[in-house]
Write a protein that binds this ligand. Structure first.
Ligand SMILES: Cc1ncc(COP(=O)(O)O)c(C=O)c1O
Length: 375
């Protein structure tokens, strides 16, 4: 087995008594580097303390860099779903009209949640792997009355489809400056270019278990002035309302008992990103994606969608069973994801984030080539 990372050798081992290195290449969760593992293991400190406030101030600074914003940022203990739901719960009230772009499993979830919240859904549905064009988004905005918000998924992880957020956001802001643009950036922020302020985004959510190279359990959220003003003052026990997190973030603190260990892991990555700089990180992800797609082509494989995000690739080989390939890869020490929902049993999905770099892709593609050459 080759060492798959120049950054560090990541592995979780021992399967059926075999000393097998398992390389986690799923598009979330992703491998956790040693320096994050160390940070996760630090002793816990109490949150109502000056030490915590200094620590949390560093996190908020690091998040402003990550989102590329000078506006409000906060964190919340939750997996990604809870972060986007909290954003929608906090920004919209029953009866508000909200446009959701649905082109896969996760973006479809936000359409369902619009109904849960009693909002009026304006639905722009595309098939999995397709994306809404800016023109279609603008046309959907013209149906009926005022639209309070648009919910977009930057990288739809069920297919790897990438939305041209910059263009859509630019056009939306020109024609509908009051409409809040809410972005599920769970699989994009930290992996591919993202400019919260310059693109005019109002709310964006990222989760710890993707490009932030941590275990799942914490989300970070950025809010524009407009969306911060929309948050309604609420009961201190209203866990899901971002109003509470924003109020406390102003005091460099957190409204409930914070997930200190996870925040320590997050801070380690935020510091690392500030040292390395985001363009370098984005480029590493890009190189990994480019390399993988070249090899995929030479192995006669196809990307599932033409609208490729650098964060990950969904792919298939004509006439070959993806699940069989997946289990053979697993036997060789590589964990990939299969398809979800209607794509179950039809595609494979691989990450290019974090430690899933070009060297990791090379090792995995060598294994793929060997598997494909058999029968
Ligand atoms: C784009 C996107 N949105 C939402 C989610 C849901 O996040 P979680 O499983 O952390 O709740 C995921 C998870 O893979 C995702 O990739």
């Amino acid at each position: 087995m080759r060492i798959v990372n120049d950054f560090q050798l990541h592995f979780s081992k021992l399967k059926d008594n075999l000393e097998l290195l398992m390389h986690l290449l799923t598009p979330g969760p992703v491998p956790i580097p040693d320096f994050v593992q160390e940070a996760l293991g630090q002793s816990v400190i109490p949150h109502r303390s000056a030490q915590f406030e200094a620590f949390y101030a560093n996190i908020l600074d690091g998040l402003r860099y990550l989102f590329q914003t000078k506006q409000t940022v906060c964190t919340m203990a939750s997996s990604g779903t809870g972060g986007v739901e909290a954003a929608m719960y906090s920004l919209f009230k029953p009866g508000d009209r909200v446009l959701v772009l649905d082109n896969g499993k996760f973006s479809g979830r936000w359409a369902t949640y619009v109904n849960v919240l009693g909002l009026e859904l304006i639905y722009l549905k595309k098939s999995w792997g397709e994306i809404a064009t800016p023109k279609e988004v603008l046309a959907a905005m013209e149906e009926g009355g005022k639209v309070k918000g648009v919910v977009l998924t930057h990288c739809e992880t069920s297919t790897g489809a990438y939305l041209d957020l910059e263009e859509i956001s630019y056009l939306l802001k020109q024609k509908h400056p009051e409409t809040l643009i809410v972005v599920d950036g769970i699989a994009s922020i930290g992996a591919t270019p993202f400019y919260f302020d310059a693109w005019g985004i109002d709310c964006a959510v990222v989760a710890s278990q993707k490009a932030l190279m941590n275990p799942a359990g914490v989300v970070a959220i950025a809010l524009s002035e407009g969306s911060t003003a929309t948050l309604r003052a609420t009961d201190p026990g209203d866990y899901q309302n971002l109003y509470n997190y924003v109020q406390w973030a102003e005091k460099r603190n957190y409204p409930f008992t914070p997930p200190y260990s996870l925040l320590s892991g997050l801070l380690a990555v935020l510091n690392h990103y500030q040292e390395k700089t985001l363009p370098v990180i984005w480029n590493q992800v890009h190189q990994s994606a480019q390399y993988f797609r070249q090899r995929l082509k030479s192995l006669k494989g196809n990307s599932f969608t033409p609208y490729l995000s650098d964060s990950m690739t969904a792919f298939q080989f004509e006439g070959r069973d993806p699940e069989s390939i997946r289990s053979q890869l697993e036997a060789q020490g590589f964990w990939l994801s299969g398809g979800q929902g209607p794509l179950k049993g039809q595609i494979l999905r691989i990450s290019h984030m974090g430690l899933a770099d070009q060297v990791a892709m090379e090792a995995c593609c060598d294994a793929l080539a060997e598997i494909l050459s058999k029968n």
